[in-house]
Design a protein around this ligand. Structure first.
Ligand SMILES: [Zn+2]
Length: 382
C-alpha cells in the first residue's frame, strides 16, 4: 500500500495565473475523495483570507481523505492551520547553510530549534494531528543538515519526513538519484531508532518527476505527492493520473482507486485553471489512445495491445482511430462499424480517398462527417 497526497489545490495554485474559487476547490476535492486519494493538501492558510476559508470549509466537509494545510515554520502559520481544523499539517523550513545564512540570517542550530519548537507546539495543541516536516530543497542540502533537522523534527512529534526535490534535480541512474537518497535517509534515521514515514515531493524541471517518485517509492517512501496535470511551480510536479495508473498497472499494490473518475477530474481542473490538456498528454490527453497511421490501425483494430501498453478502460476510456491523411482501409472499416454502415470494397476505397484528401488539408474527419461522406459517395456514383 502507498498513500497519495494530492496538492492540486496548494501546489497547483502556485502555477502562474491559476486560482480556484472555493466552490471549485470543493468540487475538485470531492472527486479526489471519490478516487480514493489519502491526503488532500488544501492550501497555505496564511496566504489569504480566501485560502484560509477554503481550507476551513474543506476540513468541515467530512471527506474520507485527510485535509492538509501548508505552513512555514512559524507559530502564526500553525495557529491559522489549527483554526482550520485540519488533520494533516505540512511544515517546511530549509536547512541549506547558504539559504539559512543569506535569506534567514540564521545558523543551522537555531533553525533546527525553531523547527522542533513549532512541531512540538502543534502536536501539543492537537495530539491527533499528522505532522509532516519538509527540509525544503532536501536533496541539494547537506545530508548532515537534513539528518539533524529530521531527527529533531521526529523527536518533537513529526510523523512524516518529506524528501523534497524542490528543483527537479534528481535523475535516475546518476549519482543524484532518489532511490539511493531515500534508502540512505531511512537507514540513517533507523540507526537512531526513528522510523518516520517518508514522503517524496518531486518537481518536474528536467522531466523526471514521475520516474523519481517511482524511484523513491521503490526505496520505501510511503507517501507520494502529485497534482492534476502536474500543476505547480515552474514545470510542476508529478502528474496524478500518470502516477496512479503506473502504480495500479505495474506494481502489485493493494490500493483500490477509482481511476475511471480521472477524466472528469482533469476536465474540471483544466476548465477552471485555464490550463489546456495537451492532446498528447499521457493517459488523459485526447490522443492518448488514438491510432493514426494505417499500419498501426491495421494491427490495433485486431488487438489494441499491438500498439498500446495500457487498456484505456482502466480510466474509463476507449480506443479511437483517427481519420485523416494517414488512414488506411482498416481505419475506415473501424469507423463504419461504429456507425453500423456496410459498404462494398469499391465504396470503401472511395470513402478512404475522400478522407485522405480532407486529411491532407490538415483536418480530421469525425464520425458524423464520415456519415456525410458515405451519403455523398452513394449519391454521386463514379
Ligand atoms: Zn513543490
Amino acid at each position: 500500500m502507498v498513500r497519495i497526497l494530492d496538492t492540486t489545490l496548494r501546489e497547483g495554485e502556485q502555477t502562474p495565473g491559476v486560482y480556484f474559487d472555493n466552490h471549485i476547490k470543493l468540487a475538485i476535492a470531492d472527486i479526489l475523495d471519490e478516487i480514493g486519494i489519502d491526503i488532500i493538501e488544501a492550501g497555505h492558510p496564511v496566504v489569504s483570507k480566501e485560502i484560509f476559508e477554503a481550507v476551513q470549509q474543506l476540513s468541515a466537509h467530512n471527506l474520507k481523505a485527510s485535509i492538509g494545510a501548508h505552513a512555514r515554520s512559524l507559530k502564526q502559520d500553525i495557529d491559522l492551520a489549527l483554526e482550520c481544523n485540519v488533520n494533516f499539517l505540512g511544515i517546511f523550513f530549509c536547512v541549506s547553510d547558504s539559504r539559512l545564512n543569506h535569506v534567514f540570517k540564521k545558523d543551522l542550530g537555531s533553525a533546527v530549534d525553531q523547527i522542533a519548537e513549532v512541531i512540538a507546539y502543534a502536536k501539543n495543541k492537537n495530539p491527533d494531528l499528522v505532522i509532516r516536516y519538509t527540509p525544503e530543497d532536501t536533496v541539494r542540502s547537506p545530508f548532515s543538515n537534513v539528518i539533524e533537522a529530521s531527527l529533531a523534527a521526529v523527536q518533537a512529534g513529526a510523523d512524516i519526513i518529506s524528501v523534497a526535490d524542490t528543483t527537479g534535480f534528481m535523475i535516475p541512474g546518476t549519482e543524484h538519484n532518489l532511490y539511493d537518497y531515500v534508502s540512505r535517509l531511512k537507514e540513517t534515521l533507523a540507526a537512531h531508532n526513528l522510523f518516520p514515514k517518508i514522503a517524496v515531493h518531486c518537481h518536474n524541471d528536467r522531466g523526471y518527476a514521475l520516474a523519481n517518485a517511482i524511484d523513491g517509492f521503490r526505496a520505501g517512501a510511503e507517501i507520494i505527492d502529485a497534482s492534476v496535470l502536474g500543476l505547480g511551480e515552474r514545470a510542476g510536479i508529478v502528474d496524478l493520473a500518470q502516477l496512479l495508473v503506473s502504480l495500479k498497472n505495474d506494481f502489485n499494490l493493494g490500493n483500490t482507486w477509482r481511476l475511471e473518475k480521472l477524466p472528469e477530474l482533469y476536465g474540471l481542473v483544466s476548465n477552471y485553471s485555464g490550463i489546456p490538456i495537451p492532446v498528447n498528454f499521457p493517459i488523459i490527453g485526447k490522443n492518448a489512445f488514438t491510432h493514426c497511421a494505417g499500419v498501426h490501425t491495421h494491427a490495433a483494430v485486431k488487438n489494441p495491445l499491438h500498439y498500446q501498453s495500457l487498456d484505456p478502460a482502466l480510466v474509463g476510456r476507449d480506443m479511437h482511430v483517427s481519420l485523416d491523411h494517414m488512414s488506411g482501409l482498416s481505419s475506415i472499416e473501424w469507423a463504419l462499424e461504429k456507425l453500423s454502415i456496410q459498404v462494398d470494397k469499391t465504396m470503401l476505397l472511395r470513402i478512404l480517398d475522400q478522407v485522405k484528401s480532407i486529411g491532407r488539408k490538415g483536418r480530421i474527419v469525425d464520425l458524423s462527417e464520415l456519415g456525410h461522406i458515405v451519403d455523398w459517395c452513394r449519391k454521386h456514383p463514379v
